[in-house]
Design a protein around this ligand. Structure first.
Ligand code: HEC
Ligand code: HEC
Ligand code: HEC
Ligand code: HEC
Ligand code: HEC
Ligand code: HEC
Ligand code: HEC
Length: 401
């Protein structure tokens, strides 16, 4: 195992040039589908309908791929797609970004304290009507440090983020040193680089990120949002319907006037496997985000990046486009509510006796597939585990404890 790989494993995100392979979303537009399949998302355009309803505050860049459609928010989808809307409400995608005036985030931090020891001291957490803030009483008395944004969800882990101006009035972000973890319901250090050498007051509170790095956090955890000064404007929190399907105003308008609206986005059958893997991989990472040697060695840390594993599985390579993320995942339903049996049935869907074109397992043909062929790995320092999507025979095939 390479040392570099190990040190990278405990970061949420990139912090310096040496590790910038960690995340590299393409960010060519604000909604994912448009990047991977413009023919799909631009369907309304082809329709010849150029009427554009732009709500106030819709910036050019957020809708430049599909000028006549604008964002309407996920609740506009509920009246006709009730089931997907209900599912998505429980998905990590929906909850992965919040402003810290949200009571669900406040209760994770408020009234608590965390001893980060020297050189940082003890953080105490407080909230008012503007949201959460921290103090380090022994260093800065009762001066508050505002932490207005929360990344991650209360079912996993939550890291707080602050935006500040530097001397030249450029914005930088502070990723707070302490995060809340669902596992144990406790505050622990944020997985991040730490040189233990704070130079400014802000450095005491967290790790500094400039420009692109900061924008990428926001890109992957929101549907839309532009950093302007110390705030995020045009913010739509979470990975919601319109992040994957594109702005929905035209679709809603057309669907209200016809039971068979023209094609709007993915979801009908002309959506191909590769485009889908690129959509999910834009955030869950693709081989382009990792170094060539990492790809060759496939260290355990790569299990965090499901598309990379899947792409090298024989199941994927030899099934002629039949296997994709949505073969096993409903993109709207959280995995937390999927019964274990359903995962096994997904495997048996191909690997069964009645299907002579697939091989059968000589060890077990009806159970335990995931434990043996897609084992979960807990990555050091993260206390979050990931299933190895490189589906294969592992050298020691004992089910994980
Ligand atoms: C007034 C009803 C209505 C509303 C509101 C609505 N849809 Fe639809 N939607 C439909 C109908 C009808 C279809 C076509 C169903 C079919 O062809 O099976 C559809 C189809 C879809 C499809 C399948 C792919 C396609 O291009 O047809 C997706 C994805 C979709 N809607 C997403 C959304 C999203 C996201 C929203 C909210 C922004 C939304 N819909 C709001 C009625 C609606
Ligand atoms: C390339 C897209 C991408 C970028 C950039 C990114 N994240 Fe994430 N983040 C993800 C994905 C995907 C997950 C879920 C899987 C995982 O943990 O890797 C995640 C998970 C998390 C979690 C844990 C969520 C949970 O509930 O378990 C936190 C906290 C988090 N990110 C914070 C950050 C912060 C802070 C930044 C920027 C400093 C950042 N992320 C940048 C894609 C990204
Ligand atoms: C993470 C990306 C993602 C998000 C977020 C997302 N979808 Fe989808 N959606 C997909 C993909 C991929 C498909 C096509 C594959 C499939 O049908 O499983 C799809 C299919 C659909 C379809 C057609 C098939 C069906 O399930 O009826 C509808 C309608 C739809 N989505 C509506 C929504 C609505 C409404 C929301 C928000 C409440 C939403 N989607 C959020 C990725 C997403
Ligand atoms: C815009 C970025 C983005 C895209 C696109 C995206 N994801 Fe995610 N995904 C995330 C983030 C961020 C999280 C962490 C959510 C949290 O905080 O719990 C996540 C979490 C998940 C989870 C675990 C959480 C849960 O509740 O089940 C699954 C499964 C998942 N994504 C599957 C998919 C699939 C499948 C696709 C493609 C259809 C996809 N994602 C597309 C960003 C993205
Ligand atoms: C879309 C069909 C499909 C699905 C679903 C599928 N596989 Fe496969 N899998 C294949 C194909 C094709 C191969 C190549 C050998 C063959 O033809 O059976 C393969 C090969 C394998 C191998 C041998 C890998 C190697 O490196 O030699 C294992 C183990 C395996 N699959 C396990 C699973 C498990 C476990 C699941 C469920 C998590 C699963 N598969 C789901 C199609 C599939
Ligand atoms: C052959 C089936 C299969 C395919 C294909 C598949 N997954 Fe998974 N995935 C699983 C199973 C099984 C789990 C573990 C579910 C559980 O914990 O109950 C999982 C878990 C996840 C998780 C939660 C974190 C983790 O790793 O445990 C994410 C995120 C995820 N998958 C994303 C993806 C993405 C993105 C794709 C497409 C590139 C994909 N998956 C394709 C079977 C699959
Ligand atoms: C206790 C661990 C264990 C369980 C449970 C298990 N497997 Fe396997 N599987 C193995 C081992 C070990 C091999 C390699 C056997 C060999 O090469 O002799 C294997 C081989 C395979 C192969 C490749 C066969 C070939 O001829 O190349 C497939 C496909 C497969 N398993 C699918 C599955 C599926 C699907 C399930 C669930 C229904 C499953 N396995 C359950 C351990 C397991």
């Amino acid at each position: 195992m390479r040392r570099l790989a190990l040190s990278i494993a405990i970061l949420w995100c990139v912090t310096s040039a040496t590790v910038n392979w960690w995340l590299e979303p393409r960010m060519t537009s604000n909604h994912a589908i448009a990047q991977v399949s413009s023919s799909v998302v631009l369907a309304g355009e082809k329709n010849g309908d150029s009427q554009s309803i732009q709500p106030p505050g819709t910036s050019e860049s957020s809708s430049n791929r599909s000028p006549q459609a604008s964002y309407v928010g996920r609740d506009a989808c509920r009246e006709c797609h009730t089931e997907n809307h209900t599912w998505h409400t429980d998905h990590g995608h929906h909850k992965t970004f919040a402003t810290t005036d949200d009571p669900n985030i406040i209760r994770l931090f408020e009234g608590r304290s965390y001893d980060s020891r020297e050189p940082y001291g003890t953080f105490t957490y407080h909230a008012d009507d503007k949201g959460l803030f921290a103090r380090i009483p022994e260093k800065f008395g009762d001066r508050p440090f505002r932490l207005p944004y929360a990344l991650g969800s209360p079912e996993g882990a939550v890291t707080l983020l602050s935006l500040l101006p530097d001397e030249k009035q450029n914005t930088f972000a502070i990723e707070h040193r302490v995060s809340w973890f669902h596992d144990g319901d406790e505050l622990r250090p944020t997985p991040q680089e730490d040189d233990r050498n704070p130079k400014t007051a802000a450095d005491f509170f967290g790790l500094r990120h400039d420009g692109r790095v900061m924008e990428k956090c926001v890109y992957c955890h929101t549907t839309r949002g532009t950093i302007e000064g110390e705030t995020i404007v045009d913010l739509i929190s979470g990975v919601n319907c319109e992040k994957c399907h594109g702005p929905g105003s035209e679709h809603v308008r057309l669907a209200r006037s016809s039971k068979t609206p023209p094609k709007y986005s993915i979801g009908r059958d002309d959506w191909d496997t590769e485009s889908e893997i690129q959509l999910c991989g834009d955030c869950h990472r693709l081989p382009v985000t990792v170094s060539r040697s990492q790809l060759r060695e496939y260290p355990d840390e790569l299990t965090r990046f499901q598309p990379i594993g899947l792409l090298r599985s024989r199941c994927f390579v030899e099934s002629e486009g039949e296997l994709r993320c949505t073969t096993c995942h409903n993109p709207h339903q959280t995995i937390k509510t999927v019964p274990a049996r359903e995962h096994i049935e997904n495997c048996i869907g191909c690997h069964q006796e009645s299907n002579p074109s697939h091989t059968l397992c000589p060890v077990n043909t009806s159970d335990g597939c995931i434990d043996c062929h897609m084992p979960a790995r807990e990555l050091p320092g993260l206390s979050v585990s990931f299933h190895d999507h490189w589906i294969r025979v592992h050298s020691s095939e004992s089910p994980s404890p």
